[in-house]
Ligand binder design. Sequence first.
Ligand code: SF4
Length: 396
Amino acid sequence: MPFLKWMKMRKNKDLSSFFPLAKITEPFSLYVHIPFCVRKCPYCAFYSMVPQGDLLREYPDVLEREICWWMESLGQDLPEIQTLFLGGGTPSLLPPDQWERLIELLERYFRFQETCEVSVEANPGSLSLEHLRIWKEWRVNRISLGIQSLAEDEISLLQRPYSKEEAFRALEAVKETGLLLSTDLMFAFPGHTLRKWYHTLREMTDHFEPDHISCYQLVIEPGTPWGSLSPSSLPDGYPFYRFTQWYLQRKGYEQYEISSFARNRHFCRHNIAYWKQGNVLGLGPSAWGYLSGVRYQDHPDMEEYVNSLTENRSPIKYTESVEGMEKARETAILALRTKWGFDRSSFITQFGEQSLKDILNDLAEIPSDLIHISPEGVSLTCKGMRVGNAIWEKIV
Ligand code: SF4
């Protein structure tokens, strides 16, 4: 069962039963959701909306209310931020003057480590040179461009709101800033072929040499316009994924997570914080956070989110506390997404010897070319990453 689906099946509790949370003492991560898009892509199940009226202008004020709500609820001076990710939606849809307001308020309420990793997501089409100037002059050090494909017919099939030319211009503009460039690419959508995938991967790596590439297989999500597509209308993703692993490694990229490849060890530290279950404060409608062992999600609905904050109520829709063996299993699954896997001795320290034995027992029948089990730790092999879902199912 996919990990997110498994999480969604868990029970919901009121966050008030978790307050006060244990004090956050170590540097933490911050995620800010900017839930606006020019239009909805037909496969997308993320919460985002086409902004109406003054919403873009008012959004920094709404976020400020949530920050104040958290400050009051947590009742502590927060330590420094080690990673900040401003994602969406399409953060580049927020106009430059509203970015200046957002930056001003983040600086006013939070303290940043000198080495803080600050990432912003952007889409070609809405990204301007003014955005890039503001981000570079502030703290941003990584820009993640949602590209998906470099073929004009595929961009239009996926109904992405930009042209190939705009995608090229955006990639070139980010390269010129000297900031780290990350791109998202998609494979195995209707009509996609290995040859076409090869062209996008080759063009991307040869022309732009991104520091980081995330590759995702199209997933049919119920409730989206493409939700009624029959799985048989999609090509098998396995050969695409296998080719991606082979090709990107040849081009100097290291696969450090199921979907993530980096050159020169430019791993995304923010995502690593999720996989290692670090503290993440998530802000904005539908944003996920994880604080002191409690996972939560803000209302995935702008109206409910704004109303709750206006009435000084909790903006949180969903919470869960994962403990004991359930937490041990979740920790193992998240760690096995990465090439580092998990370390036996720290696992035992955190969950006890019996928990490790139980997990190893679950994994006992997995062939050794898929999983590497050593006296030090456990990790998936390159081949194992191709069938990660089937391996996690054994642990769940
Ligand atoms: S741009 Fe991204 S977040 Fe917005 S609808 Fe498309 S896939 Fe979803």
